[in-house]
Ligand binder design. Structure first.
Ligand code: SF4
Ligand code: SF4
Length: 179
């Protein structure tokens, strides 16, 4: 069984928002909803400043607070690592939104706190999630963490990486290459 993960190369991101558009199109999202966000961070001290763009989405945490607080098990972790939500079981309590330290969830028109699902319908067809498939600069490398020969593991071995809010103990499945 695969265990999915993602390696992000922030330095390659130009902020073109093609990933956001692909995400919105694939998930049929409204204009004010996005499961992807680009954080524009100012780094350095004037006059030696530069802009860093950090793509952020659901981290598919192994120790996901959204899963542990959900009173109906609507949010659950699949064996392949994807954190999913069963909209039929969701009672709209929004505990998961409050528990997520990454602000990854957005209420949809049915008041269900949705988020990135790594496009499982595309994975079933052997394709990449929409955001990874669309990005011209190959900012997101999606793959199988369990496969020692996966491109993802080869690139992980080559780079120094970090995870977002590591101190929270959420064990994200997304890694970021250090600059
Ligand atoms: S993986 Fe799919 S759902 Fe997640 S951000 Fe990308 S397009 Fe959106
Ligand atoms: S990033 Fe937030 S929504 Fe995604 S699995 Fe972690 S706690 Fe849950």
């Amino acid at each position: 069984m695969a265990k999915y993960g993602l390696l992000v190369f922030p330095e390659r991101c130009t902020g073109c928002t093609a990933c956001n558009i692909a995400c919105a199109s694939h998930n049929q999202l409204g204009l004010d909803v996005s499961y992807n966000r680009l954080e524009f961070l100012e780094k350095g001290t004037y006059p030696y400043v530069k802009m860093e763009i950090l793509p952020v989405q659901c981290q598919h945490c192994d120790n996901a607070p959204c899963v542990s607080v959900c009173p109906t098990q609507a949010t659950y972790k699949r064996e392949d690592g994807i954190v999913e939500i069963d909209a039929d079981k969701c009672i709209g309590c929004k505990y998961c939104m409050a528990a997520c330290p990454y602000e990854a969830r957005q209420l949809n028109e049915k008041r269900v706190p949705e988020k990135c699902r790594w496009c499982p319908e595309m994975l079933e067809k052997g394709e990449q999630p929409a955001c990874s498939a669309t990005c011209m600069n190959e900012v997101r490398l999606f793959g199988d963490l369990e496969d020692p020969n996966s491109q993802l593991n080869k690139e992980l071995a080559k780079h120094e990486v970090y995870q977002l809010l590591e101190a929270k103990g959420t064990k994200p499945s997304i890694f970021y290459v250090k600059k």
